[in-house]
Design a protein around this ligand. Structure first.
Ligand SMILES: C[S@@+](CC[C@H](N)C(=O)[O-])C[C@H]1O[C@@H](n2cnc3c(N)ncnc32)[C@H](O)[C@@H]1O
Length: 398
């Protein structure tokens, strides 16, 4: 850590963007782009920890009494809370600022990536050509409808759009912006979830020794690589529908020297493997970007490809609990309405137990636990709006 990093840490600010380790396929960052990313990361942190909590004050002091006086009763649903909050000027300001921050972040990463789109593709190809046998693309694969109807979290063209041959632009843009929108809390290589998961499993299930692991919706493989490093004797296969993510993820893996991985372009609703093929099927922040129909197909497929005694796990948003206030439910759904994450809200309300049982998993074999993200940049932020706990649910197959 140099002095700037020490200062940032002492002031409970995010790590400095250009001091954080990057992998070989990452875009080149100019001085001004760096400054922009540092500004946006800190703006995000400020909005989350200082501005966002003010909404609760506005709700308690203004909106709730106003609603009760007007209707003669308390809120019955989070939709009512939403309609009332939308009229509050503090909420309007806080929401507009957050949306503007997200748009600026997408613009910052997109402009950085587009000015070097050719050299990024060349760089990825350089790594991919070193190990062509572990990257399999399928140009005829159909992109699911739900992915095409909206640009997920405002990434123009979403994960799958390709602009040139061997393109990795949208994957690189998504990688660059991830650090900003998470204020660096997932660690240098944005892999803190899987690092935590590996720690949890090796501690709680020391005899679990998976030989084959499948990561569905693996994206650019942030978490897939951490699984591969955590279980170096296993073969870890990632599937995703988006070619730019797979090219970039594979190049990233080669550049980091991780060898026990393969990337395949395929849909998790129709997993291209035989029954009983995997000891562990994992997904990380993937299911909430699908749809009701897709998620039902996916769980059936996961059950099919797992061996008996195999493990299914999903790092995902926790579902709403009966003791959760309507205000909290409303705040949790912000991304559904403002950040192009249409399935978010459904995931919050979904009964995951029934979903897993519907595919054949037995009640006694279901799991749910929390993990604390491992942040390897030695830079820990604390305080309001900086949650580092993630929810994991899944099941053992009988
Ligand atoms: C939020 S990203 C996943 C992040 C990734 N798991 C990680 O650990 O960094 C969601 C990914 O799901 C992919 N995707 C969406 N629907 C899919 C499907 N039915 N099958 C496979 N991949 C899918 C998208 O292309 C995108 O790359």
């Amino acid at each position: 850590m140099n002095r700037t990093d020490e200062k940032a840490q002492a002031m409970n600010l995010p790590p400095v963007y250009n001091h954080v380790e990057k992998h070989g396929a990452f875009p080149e960052i100019s001085h001004d782009e760096n400054a922009r990313f540092n500004f946006l990361t800190n703006l995000n942190r400020h909005l989350d920890s200082v501005v966002k909590p003010g909404n609760k004050v506005a709700f308690d002091k203004r909106i709730k009494p106003w609603f009760q006086e007007r209707t003669g009763h308390d809120f019955h649903t989070s939709a009512e809370v939403k309609e009332a909050m939308r009229q509050d000027t503090y909420y309007q300001m806080s929401s507009a600022l957050r949306r503007a921050m997200l748009e600026m972040t997408q613009q910052a990463s997109r402009s950085m990536v587009l000015r070097q789109i050719d050299s990024l593709a060349d760089k990825a190809s350089f790594y991919n050509n070193q190990r062509p046998e572990t990257l399999t693309l399928d140009p005829d694969l159909e992109i699911p409808h739900y992915l095409k109807i909206v640009d997920y979290h405002c990434l123009p063209g979403s994960y799958y759009t390709e602009y040139i041959a061997d393109d990795v632009a949208n994957a690189a843009a998504d990688d660059a912006r991830f650090f900003v929108t998470t204020a660096g809390k997932f660690g240098e290589l944005s892999d803190g979830s899987s690092k935590a998961l590996v720690n949890f499993l090796t501690h709680n299930y020391p005899k679990f020794n998976p030989r084959r692991i499948l990561d569905i919706g693996c994206g650019a493989g942030h978490n897939l690589l951490a699984l591969a490093m955590g279980y170096p004797d296993a073969e870890v296969i990632g599937i995703d529908v988006s070619a730019p993510m797979l090219r970039y993820g594979h190049a990233r893996a080669v550049s980091l020297g991780v060898e026990n991985v393969r990337f395949i372009q395929a849909n998790a609703e129709t997993i291209p493997f035989d029954n009983d093929s995997f000891d562990w099927v994992q997904s990380t922040m993937f299911l909430h970007e699908t749809s009701t129909r897709a998620i039902n197909n996916i769980v059936r497929e996961v059950y099919r490809v797992l061996v008996s005694g195999g493990l299914m796990l999903h790092v995902e948003h926790a579902q709403n609990t009966p003791d959760m206030s309507l205000f909290e439910q409303f705040m949790r759904d912000w991304d559904t309405f403002n950040n192009n994450e249409p399935f978010y809200r459904v995931m919050h309300q979904m009964d995951k137990t029934e979903w897993m049982k519907s595919a054949g998993f037995q009640s006694d074999n279901l799991l749910q636990f929390g993990i604390h993200i491992v942040n390897n940049n030695n830079h820990r932020l604390t305080g309001d709006g900086f949650q580092t706990r993630q929810n994991v649910f899944g099941a053992w197959k009988e």
